[in-house]
Write a protein that binds this ligand. Structure first.
Ligand code: ZN
Ligand code: ZN
Length: 286
């Protein structure tokens, strides 16, 4: 929505890609800044920076509190208030909740502007009901500080098989008599891992089933030592190669590449190492 007297401001890079009626927008380079959103679902992930246009997205899920994933959290909260928008809803790993609250209070004192938001702590296994049709689940990832990934599910209620073929008024009577005639069917739409070593993916299988997977491949060169990369809570391209058969996703976004790599080098390694049936579903976030 364009507000009176406010034009679009190009303050942070955005890459955009559409798939299955959803738009994935954002940017992510290791140690620089990470932010994503899916405007159709009214959800964003991480706030390492906040592109001006992302202000209209009201719900944000933070994976972990490394600076390149949270630096713009107070910026975003303050801008929403400045633009007289509804207070946003934010989720952060429960372990970080009190410190994030203090972080906002300190910025409130320094900036002399109130930080109004709904700030929630979240743990692995928790669910967020975004609407009747959209549910978000949080799962543990493996990084150097408390961290979570998120899956956004499409939720439908379908008539149970035993009632198929029954006339509508009979189903209505059953329902009125208190019988549960539907069952819940969930489809994972989007999985976002944030920063993680491969265990973060392996421990939560829906990650491999989601229509769209957004994940990290921070390191690609063959000479990097993988044990060290895993210890620091990141992934190497060889981890992806080893798991090539497991990805059922329609679209796989690889991001969060180390700044030491040139985009051409990343493309060359990905094309050279991944099997063709995976490469055709991969979008490199460059
Ligand atoms: Zn990061
Ligand atoms: Zn990190």
């Amino acid at each position: 929505m364009q507000r009176k007297g406010v034009t679009s401001v190009d303050n942070a890079p955005i890459i955009s890609h559409q798939h299955a009626g959803l738009t994935v927008e954002g940017y992510s380079r290791a140690a620089v800044q990470t932010y994503w959103r899916i405007p159709e679902l009214k959800v964003g992930f991480d706030l390492g920076a906040q592109p001006w246009d992302f202000m209209s997205t009201p719900n944000w899920l933070i994976t972990h509190t490394h600076l390149d994933h949270v630096a713009a959290l107070p910026v975003y909260v303050a801008r929403r208030r400045m633009m007289r928008m509804e207070p946003p809803t934010l989720y952060v790993p429960a372990e970080a909740l009190e410190d994030v609250r203090r972080f906002l209070l300190i910025m409130q004192r320094l900036d002399r502007g109130r930080m109004i938001c709904r700030l929630n702590g979240i743990k692995s296994g928790d669910e967020i009901e975004l609407s009747r049709e959209l549910v978000i689940t949080a799962f543990s990832t493996t990084h150097t500080i408390p961290s979570l990934g998120y899956v956004i599910w499409d939720r439908r209620y379908k008539l149970k098989e035993e009632y198929h073929g029954l006339p509508g008024d009979k189903i209505r009577d059953l329902r009125l008599a208190g019988t549960v005639v539907t069952r819940e069917v969930r489809t994972p739409l989007v999985a976002y891992t944030g920063d993680t070593s491969p265990a973060g993916l392996d421990n939560y299988p829906p990650v491999y089933e989601a229509k769209i997977l957004i994940t990290e491949v921070s390191f690609i060169r063959p000479n990097h030592r993988r044990e060290k990369i895993h210890k620091f809570g990141h992934m190497h391209l060889d981890d992806v190669v080893e798991r090539a058969d497991r990805f059922r996703n329609e679209l796989i976004i690889f991001s969060h590449f180390s700044t030491r790599y040139h985009p051409q080098e990343i493309r060359r390694f990905i094309d050279g190492k991944l099997p063709a049936n995976l490469v055709e579903r991969v979008k490199l976030w460059l």
